[in-house]
Design a protein. Structure first.
Length: 165
């Protein structure tokens, strides 16, 4: 049985890419975040730029931008978009974390939530790759969408959604 609300399934229940050709292009924006937790000594090395592989924060920012641009290559039903802007912030936070935040903007027919999440994920994986030689216990946590704007469903913010539940 196929449910009408499953937009990514055809009449026979097979996965399909949604047809957005009739949708109007509008301004879209999404923000996502995540963290990489690691030992305090590793965060200190990241802050000081003393990780043997190089500048962890700079490489992670570039990885995040690339991740946003390649979301449709990674996710089978994700539409390729004309991304207008990607801003990736990667900063040590406290004694045991590197915080990652990505904002993606596009003027297109579908949203950029997956691109923002892909940006954070790619940046986080890059941090792990850069520090794994000194901290095998580093791990990714709490990747999540924070907000989105544009499209048929309008604006959404995690703090407002959580307050209403």
């Amino acid at each position: 049985m196929v449910h009408d609300d499953f937009t990514h399934l055809d009449e026979a229940g097979r996965a399909r890419m949604v047809d957005v050709s009739e949708k109007a292009s509008t301004a879209r924006r999404a923000v996502a975040e995540g963290t990489v937790r690691m030992a305090g000594a590793t965060v200190d090395a990241v802050r000081r730029g003393e990780v043997a592989k190089g500048d962890v924060l700079a490489v992670a920012r570039i990885a995040g931008i690339q991740g946003a641009k390649r979301a449709s290559d990674l996710l089978p039903l994700c539409h390729p978009l004309r991304i207008d802007a990607v801003d990736v912030q990667v900063e040590p936070e406290g004694d045991e974390r590197v915080a990652i935040r990505a904002e993606v903007r596009a003027f297109d027919r579908t949203g950029v939530e997956m691109e923002a999440l892909a940006a954070v994920t790619a940046a986080a994986l890059s941090v792990i790759d850069m520090v794994k030689g000194v901290d095998r216990m580093a791990f990714i946590e709490r990747i999540r969408l924070l907000e989105k704007e544009g499209g048929r469903t309008g604006s959404w913010r995690r703090d407002e959604a959580e307050a209403g539940s």
